[in-house]
Design a protein around this ligand. Structure first.
Ligand SMILES: [Zn+2]
Length: 322
């Protein structure tokens, strides 16, 4: 039996960064979570990451990594070594992969975090046998990754462009965070559902959504919609259905371009399960061409929050394949 290889996966987040020792079978052998201060400069951030990796390696002396993969929450520059990340300007254009790799004399690579999640689902997820995977990550924003036999297809900046900003609403009056009008993110992301929840509780202060958020001592948001929908609240179910229909229309468009064998739903909103997935599937099949949709299955992504870290490491295995 071939011995598993080991790589280090670094999943950089807005708040914290996850670092894991990941095997080529997709198992997480050990992990750590670190917080780099937003005021740190690039040298300090590289040191913080490198020290955390050193501690992880010291705890696991028999696990010898063959490389370090980084999942980066921003635009990746050509060459996959640096990127631009609005949340931590110090990391802009820093050759992060090169510098961390140099500390350990190991090959290092960097992918966009959504693309990394797509690689992880394609290589190790429940649906890994499906060859052409479209992963829709519905969270604060909406990301789309496409892989063929585990290899990511990218068009720009390490991503499938900004596919979450496909324009779906001709009446769209609100600009999304990035500035377009009527895009999918502006009507169906967690941000959009947060706004939907806030507007709804203003006029429905005794609704299940309002009472649930008050019980938790916070403003109503997408998590209250998901909780109440899962407990059968009609208004909450309707909101998820509406968001799902928007995503379904966009999914039909993506399917026409990429001809996926499976469409996976991941990200924070996927906690809604079938309450979001079913309207996505129904609307995509209703609007789209049977030629493309009849060959595509719909399923929930299976690796959850670990997808980014596993996929960050997996890019090393992918690039070490003969
Ligand atoms: Zn947009």
């Amino acid at each position: 039996m071939p011995v598993d290889q080991i790589a280090i996966g670094v999943d950089i987040g807005g708040g914290s960064t996850k670092i894991g020792l990941v095997s080529s079978a997709g198992a997480i052998l050990d992990r750590a979570r670190i917080v780099a201060s937003k005021t740190d400069d690039a040298d300090q951030i590289v040191r913080t990451y490198a020290n955390a990796i050193k501690r992880l390696m010291a705890r696991n002396p028999s696990a010898v990594p063959i490389g370090i993969g980084i999942g980066f929450p921003g635009a990746i520059h050509p060459g996959n070594m640096s990127g631009t990340f609005a949340n931590v300007p110090a990391l802009d254009d820093t050759p992060l992969a090169e510098r961390i790799g140099a500390v350990f004399s190991l090959p290092a690579r960097m992918e966009n975090d959504g693309t990394a999640a797509g690689i992880a689902e394609a290589m190790f997820g429940k649906e890994r046998d499906s060859p052409r995977q479209l992963l829709v990550t519905a969270g604060t924003g909406i990301g789309v990754a496409f892989t063929v036999d585990g290899k990511p297809f990218v068009t720009s900046y390490g991503c499938l462009g900004n596919a979450g900003h496909v324009i779906v609403d001709p009446k769209g009056a609100e600009r999304c965070r990035q500035g377009c009008l009527g895009c999918l993110e502006s009507v169906a992301s967690a941000d959009a559902l947060n706004a939907m929840a806030a507007g709804f509780v203003r006029t429905n202060p005794n609704s299940a959504i309002a009472l649930h958020s008050v019980g938790l001592g916070k403003k109503a948001d997408a998590s209250d919609i998901i909780f109440c929908a899962r407990h059968g609240d009609g208004a909450a179910v309707s909101m998820l259905t509406e968001a799902g229909r928007w995503i379904g229309r966009a999914t039909a468009t993506w399917a026409h371009i990429f001809a996926p064998s499976i469409i996976l739903l991941g990200g924070g909103l996927s906690a809604a399960g079938d309450l979001l997935l079913k309207p996505i599937e129904q609307e995509a099949r209703r609007c789209g061409l049977a030629l493309y949709l009849d060959h595509a299955r719909f399923a929930l992504a299976s690796l959850g929050n670990d997808a980014g870290m596993i996929g960050a490491a997996a890019q090393i295995f992918l690039n070490s394949r003969p």
